[in-house]
Design a protein around this ligand. Structure first.
Ligand SMILES: Cc1cc2nc3c(=O)[nH]c(=O)nc-3n(C[C@H](O)[C@H](O)[C@H](O)COP(=O)(O)OP(=O)(O)OC[C@H]3O[C@@H](n4cnc5c(N)ncnc54)[C@H](O)[C@@H]3O)c2cc1C
Length: 496
């Protein structure tokens, strides 16, 4: 085997996944068919949960320095309501171009020792009981124990693995580009505002370096999406919608995107997995696609590393699908709804007006913004307190913060008593004893992705652990982190 894991696609999902795997010592090769990094700026920002994740992995400061904070107001369907108070240290959108996000993630991946091979297109794959062989366009072959397709919406891996991609095809397409305009900025702003009264999907706004980012509906749906649009096509559509092409010239890049909404019907076929746009595509309303991909990678990375390192419990890899597929289905649903709400037809406008009224209610506002920020996600870990299955927000500890202690990508036992026994799992989980921590907050077991896997029960009369706590903790450790590496003290005590 040349590697433990092959990742096809060096977009944000693939690169972040590769870093997650490297945290656990996994040998990763990332293949990308493009010889040079992407220059097209699709995503414009990170939402709260993704910013938290960057924080958890020690990248928070780099992202903060490269981005700009914007309020979350209006992020659901453009309905201008103030965002509710959110349970996070990052209650904002971090405006940062996708190219910059990819640069920061790539730098980190290289630091961690990820082998990134550009100009390397995956064209075939075959798997057997021990591994996956990837055929490359240059005729060579690469073999690894697992392969993850992070190769975007038109994923070759998905097709080769025979995974279905049901949903709706694009009904509409749009041209998006960065160009210079000879028209004065005031004129561009005034014309844009007028056109947006009837076409919410039109836009022209200044970006760095004196250029403008423009988006305009395309003339129908392209037969061959791989052929990029040219400047003349963009100018023609500007004239059609705005009555002027603003003197567009000197395009930095122009691309085309559609409103197809599709979700893979499996995230795994044997040793082959899908993540990011390869698993789900939807229109960009709410700005969630890249965020969803990063969160897929966070979920899959430690689980796949556990399988490579030989301690993954039997069912662990399947929880990637059971946890992430419903999240993507919900995002698709939300973007479908936002897409309808963008219509200027009377019916959708009436629904929009009602929803605008409903968002006056804090619970409604919180519910909808919770979907966009991904803060409200709760995985189904069975019955238990409300926090079980949710991600734990960052908290200040005696020394530093919780997220600072999660940079290694290991699990965390946050122990308020100092009495919990972790023996047998210390190689996978860090114990943080914080006896001075908020006495109202129970001890917690966190998975490497920060989701709460176990919560201490009601304390006894003296504020100590209740009798079943240690046994419940051991169950949770075995469920998520596999068997103990040595017979644990707890097991020996049980035997005796
Ligand atoms: C107009 C627009 C605006 C958007 N705005 C936002 C936003 O504000 N916020 C947000 O979160 N998301 C946004 N998105 C979505 C976001 O851009 C995508 O969800 C994100 O790029 C997905 O990342 P990925 O790594 O999964 O896939 P991609 O970014 O598509 O990367 C896939 C990679 O795989 C490579 N590849 C493909 N085939 C092969 C092969 N056979 N072999 C090897 N390599 C291959 C490609 O070269 C590419 O580098 C927007 C999208 C659009 C179109």
């Amino acid at each position: 085997m040349e590697a433990d894991v092959i990742v096809a696609g060096a977009g944000p999902t693939g690169i972040f996944l590769a870093s997650e795997l490297r945290l656990h010592g996994v040998d990763v090769v990332v293949l990308d068919r493009e010889p040079e990094p992407n220059t097209i700026i699709r995503a414009l920002g990170l939402h709260s949960r993704s910013i938290e994740i960057m924080d958890q992995r020690g990248l928070g400061q780099h992202f903060a320095a490269a981005g700009t904070r914007y309020p979350l107001d209006g992020f659901f369907a453009g309905i201008l309501r103030s965002a509710p108070e959110l349970d996070t240290t990052h209650p904002y959108v971090l405006g940062i171009p996708q190219t910059e996000t990819e640069t920061l993630l790539t730098r980190r991946a290289l630091e961690l020792g990820v082998d990134i091979r550009r100009g390397s297109e995956l064209t075939g794959l075959a798997q057997d009981g021990s591994g996956v062989s990837a055929a490359l366009a240059d005729g060579s072959e690469l073999r690894a124990r697992y392969l993850v397709g992070c190769d975007g919406g038109r994923s070759t891996v998905r097709a080769l693995a025979g995974i279905g991609f049901p949903g709706e095809p694009s009904r509409r397409e749009f041209l998006l580009g960065e160009v210079e305009l000879t028209a004065a900025p005031d004129e561009v702003a005034a014309v844009s505002a007028r056109v947006r009264e009837t076409h919410r999907d039109f836009g022209a706004g200044p970006v760095e370096g004196g250029a403008f980012r423009v988006v305009v509906p395309a003339d129908g749906v392209a037969e061959d999406r791989t052929v990029p649009p040219d400047l003349e096509e963009l100018k023609q559509q500007l004239r059609t919608y705005a009555g002027t092409d603003f003197g567009a010239h000197s395009a930095r890049w122009i691309s085309r995107f559609g409103d197809a909404t599709r979700l893979a019907d499996a995230y795994r076929a044997g040793r082959v997995f899908l993540a990011g746009d390869a698993a789900h595509v939807h229109p960009p309303f709410g700005g969630q696609g890249l965020n969803l991909g990063l969160q897929d990678a966070l979920n899959l990375g430690w689980k796949l590393a556990a399988a490579v390192n030989g301690w993954a419990p039997e069912e662990l890899l399947d929880t990637y699908y059971t946890e992430r597929h419903p999240v993507a289905a919900d995002v698709l649903n939300t973007t479908r709804a936002q897409s309808e709400l963008a219509s200027t037809e009377p019916g959708p406008q009436a629904v929009r007006k009602l929803l605008t009224e409903l968002m006056e209610f804090d619970a409604v506002n919180r519910h909808l913004i919770g979907k966009i920020t991904a803060l409200e996600i709760r995985y189904d870990f069975g019955p238990g307190p409300e926090l079980l299955g949710r991600r734990q927000r960052d908290v200040r500890l005696g020394q530093g913060t919780l997220y600072e202690r999660m940079r290694t990508g290991r699990g965390v036992l946050l122990d308020r008593t100092g009495e919990l026994v972790l023996e047998g799992w210390e190689d996978r989980v860090d114990q943080i004893v914080e006896t001075a921590w908020d006495p109202q907050t129970p001890s917690l077991l966190l998975r490497p992705d920060g989701h709460v896997a176990w919560i201490e029960g009601e304390p006894d009369d003296d504020g100590g652990l209740s009798p079943g706590d240690q046994a419940d903790l051991v169950d949770a450790l075995a469920t998520w982190f596999g068997p103990p590496s040595l017979p644990s003290m707890v097991q020996l005590a049980e035997v005796n």
